[in-house]
Design a protein around this ligand. Structure first.
Ligand SMILES: [Zn+2]
Length: 212
C-alpha cells in the first residue's frame, strides 16, 4: 500500500516537473527510498510527464534491479550517492530547468544572498564541477557538497535537489528555478545586490531553526 502511494506521488511529481518545463523530452529522474531500504526510481527513456502505474523500477542499494521492466536511469549512481551520504534524505530529483541550467552552463553558483527565501530555504546552492552525464564521474562530482547543501547545480548539466519527502525535494527544485530566474534578471540589469550582513545573519538563524 505504502509503495503504491509512493508510486502515485512520483508520477504526480513527474507531471509537475514536465508541466513546469523543467524536463525536456526524457530528461530528469526521480527516486524515493522505501522503508525496506530499496528504492523506487524512474526508468531511462521515459517522459516524466507521461509515466503510468507500472513505469517505475525498484532497485537495491547497489542499483541492482529488483522489480519492474525497463532500464534503470543512467543517473542512478548520483541518487545513490545522495542516499549514502545523507541518511535523512528520502527523495532525490534531478531536472534541467532553464534558468538554473543557464547558471550551471555559465558556471555560476546560486550563492548570493539576493532574496530572503533563498537564504532561509536553500542556503547557498553550489556548483559541482562538470562531469560526463551517466558516468560515475557525476556521483563523484557532487560528493563534496552533500553534507552541507540541499540543492546543487551541476555544471553544464542541470540541478539536483533532495529532501525528507518528495514534496520537500520538489519544493526545493521549484525554489532553485525561481531564484535562478531572479538572479538571471539581476545579472541582465548588471545590478546584483545582496542583503546586508545583519539581515543575512537573521535569515541564517531562521534556517538553523528549520533544520532542527
Ligand atoms: Zn540530466
Amino acid at each position: 500500500m505504502a509503495r503504491e502511494q509512493t508510486e502515485k506521488e512520483i508520477l504526480a511529481i513527474g507531471r509537475r516537473m514536465w508541466r513546469q518545463g523543467y524536463v525536456a523530452a526524457n530528461d530528469g529522474n526521480i527516486s524515493v527510498r522505501l522503508a525496506d531500504g530499496s528504492f523506487l526510481v524512474t526508468p531511462s527513456g521515459v517522459s516524466k510527464g507521461r509515466m503510468r502505474p507500472g513505469t517505475l523500477l525498484r532497485v537495491d542499494s547497489n542499483g541492482g534491479l529488483l522489480a519492474g521492466k525497463g532500464t534503470v536511469t543512467s543517473e542512478l549512481g548520483m541518487h545513490l550517492m545522495v542516499y549514502r551520504q545523507r541518511p535523512d534524505v528520502r527523495a532525490v530529483m534531478h531536472a534541467h530547468p532553464p534558468y538554473a541550467t543557464t547558471l550551471a552552463a555559465a558556471e555560476l553558483p546560486l550563492d548570493k544572498e539576493i532574496l530572503p527565501e533563498l537564504v532561509i530555504f536553500l542556503g547557498q546552492v553550489p556548483l559541482a564541477p562538470y562531469a560526463t552525464p551517466s558516468t560515475p564521474e557525476v556521483a563523484a562530482s557532487i560528493q563534496p557538497f552533500l553534507a552541507d547543501h540541499d540543492a546543487i547545480l551541476l555544471s553544464h548539466h542541470g540541478v539536483l535537489t533532495y529532501g525528507s519527502t518528495l514534496e520537500d525535494a520538489y519544493a526545493k527544485l521549484e525554489r532553485v528555478e525561481a531564484c535562478a530566474q531572479i538572479y538571471y534578471n539581476l545579472l541582465l540589469l548588471d545590478r546584483v545586490r545582496v542583503l546586508p550582513p545583519e539581515a543575512v545573519d537573521k535569515l541564517k538563524s531562521l534556517r538553523a531553526g528549520l533544520k532542527k
